[in-house]
Ligand binder design. Structure first.
Ligand SMILES: [Zn+2]
Length: 192
């Protein structure tokens, strides 16, 4: 069924989010896309001029079919708070080998990835994320991301703590992370 566009009633997928400076969910691949509590994200195609998603494009909100697939395909090695969770997808939906690209999306459950948020920020983040009105839990780093990524995130967290305690070294972006790109070349789990 890969590549077929269907009008789906609703499918459920998994994805990562980062936390924006004002503690909202933010897309990992499209960092300017903030997910507003209680409001669906509606995909548009920036370059294709067609309804999103389309088969021969990378537009749409991406989600993996399950957590294990997300762990294998998801790119999430930016420093900072990381959230993983389920997302309801509907409207136009394109099947992908990893899961789906969809027209509309709304978070269905959220889990803060342990170790990616400083202890003194944990409580305020939990409070902020409750605005989304879905189940909120925590998940161990090694359960949420694949091994190599977990090691990188652990290192980044240690580094950022060191920099605040007097060490002036500031971690940079990790090679391998693909920043926002144009429509035709989005990473596997990006949002168009
Ligand atoms: Zn498109």
């Amino acid at each position: 069924m890969t590549g077929v566009v269907a009008e789906a009633a609703s499918v459920r997928g998994w994805r990562y989010w980062q936390v924006s400076p004002r503690r909202r969910l933010r897309s990992v691949a499209q960092r300017h896309v903030e997910w507003q509590p209680g409001r669906p994200v509606n995909a548009i195609c920036l370059t294709g001029g067609h309804p999103a998603p389309s088969v021969n494009c990378s537009c749409g909100v991406s989600a993996a079919s399950d957590l294990e697939t997300l762990r294998q395909h998801g790119l999430c090695v930016l420093p900072g708070g990381l959230v993983v969770g389920e997302v309801d997808l509907w409207g136009r939906v394109v099947d992908e080998p990893y899961g789906y690209r969809a027209q509309h999306a709304l978070p269905a459950s959220l889990a803060i990835v342990e170790g990616t948020v400083d202890e003194d920020e944990q409580e305020s983040l939990e409070q902020a994320l409750r605005a989304y009105g879905v189940a909120l839990t925590g998940i161990a780093l090694e359960d949420a991301v694949a091994g190599t990524t977990a090691a990188m995130l652990s290192f980044q967290l240690m580094s950022s703590q060191a920099s605040r305690s007097g060490d002036r070294w500031v971690p940079e972006r990790v090679d391998g992370w693909v920043p926002e790109r144009e429509e035709s070349a989005a990473p596997p789990l990006g949002d168009g």
